[in-house]
Design a binder for this molecule. Structure first.
Ligand SMILES: NC(=O)C1=CN([C@@H]2O[C@H](COP(=O)(O)OP(=O)(O)OC[C@H]3O[C@@H](n4cnc5c(N)ncnc54)[C@H](O)[C@@H]3O)[C@@H](O)[C@H]2O)C=CC1
Ligand SMILES: CCCCCC(=O)/C=C/C=C\C/C=C\C/C=C\CCCC(=O)O
Length: 262
């Protein structure tokens, strides 16, 4: 899928990884609806982006991904403004083990909410043009982050959901691919404020720091770059793409071919 003239929705796009994803999509010719709970950051960003990339290329829509109503209204407004939606990036996420119910609601249920709305708008069997969904999971969706068991669970959930929906979409001829991106540590506000958001297992933070030392810290453009491949490569569906400082690649999963029939 070439990006020129395509339209995208990115959640949690006012800051951090979502902001970098928005910028790379704009640079490659797409229009982007920037969804976020942070109105001040979101509106300022869109003002700057429209100066840089051209009037009306970016649109800010206030949206909490925990709210069915706000999410639905944002999709509707983006579709009206852009004509159709081709790409959804479910990026919004938090890390706060003390507010673990909020994490499940945003990191996992928010991804499910966004994906189901996108399927309704985009699926070819409902008059849509097809498209692609990228869910921002984490390396913590592939292995355990000891200080953050619930965060780990939400990200494992995102990968499982992505793989199942991708296969279901293909089996239903929806024309929509669904992939997950799994970055290691990235230097954003989520990462730099972690110290204050650990709960029950905060005493294990030394082990987490050692892992940060070992894996290093990515910057947001490096992560955003990986989105391009998942969006444009038509052969990629149901993939988990891991990005670390020293390597990146598609994650192999065990084959369950004799037992994985619906
Ligand atoms: N920073 C890191 O080390 C890593 C982050 N990730 C994932 O990447 C995604 C983005 O994280 P960062 O950019 O690091 O975080 P960030 O904290 O820098 O930015 C998150 C953005 O999401 C928005 N947001 C938060 N809750 C929201 C909600 N309920 N509805 C709509 N928007 C909401 C915030 O206002 C903010 O603009 C998350 O899903 C995170 O789990 C994955 C791997 C590593
Ligand atoms: C503590 C801040 C968390 C930042 C958010 C995030 O999602 C980052 C995760 C990055 C990596 C660690 C995740 C899980 C650990 C899994 C496997 C460890 C294997 C490491 C190795 O030795 O290769």
């Amino acid at each position: 899928m070439a990006l020129d003239g395509k339209t995208a929705i990115v959640t949690g796009a006012a800051m951090g990884i979502g902001k970098a994803i928005t910028e790379i999509l704009l640079k490659n010719g797409a229009k982007v609806a920037v969804l976020d709970v942070n109105k001040v950051e979101g509106e300022n960003l869109v003002k700057d982006l429209n100066k840089e990339y051209g009037a009306d290329r970016a649109l800010f829509l206030s949206c909490n991904v925990e709210s069915d109503e706000e999410f639905k209204a944002a999709f509707q407004k983006a579709a009206e403004a852009f004509g159709a939606i081709d790409i959804l990036c479910n990026n919004a996420g938090i890390l706060n083990e003390e507010k673990w119910q909020d994490m499940i609601s945003i990191n996992l249920a928010g991804v499910i909410r966004g994906t189901y709305l996108a399927l309704e708008h985009m699926r070819k069997t409902n008059g849509g043009g097809g498209g692609v969904i990228v869910n921002i999971a984490s390396m913590a969706g592939l292995g355990p982050l000891l200080t953050c068991p619930v965060y780990t669970a939400t990200k494992h959930g995102v990968i499982g959901f992505t793989r199942a929906v991708a296969a279901a979409s293909a089996a239903s001829n929806y024309g929509i691919r669904v992939n997950a991106l799994c970055p290691s540590f990235v230097g954003t506000e989520l990462f730099t404020t972690i110290e204050h958001k650990l709960g029950q297992f905060a005493h294990l933070k030394g082990a987490a720091n050692q892992l940060v030392e070992k894996l290093g810290v990515l910057n947001t453009p490096e992560v955003a770059e990986c989105i391009l491949e998942l969006v444009t490569d038509e052969t990629k569906n149901g993939e988990a793409f891991m990005v670390r400082t020293e390597m990146k690649g598609y994650v192999p999963f065990p084959s369950l071919s004799s037992t994985d029939k619906p």
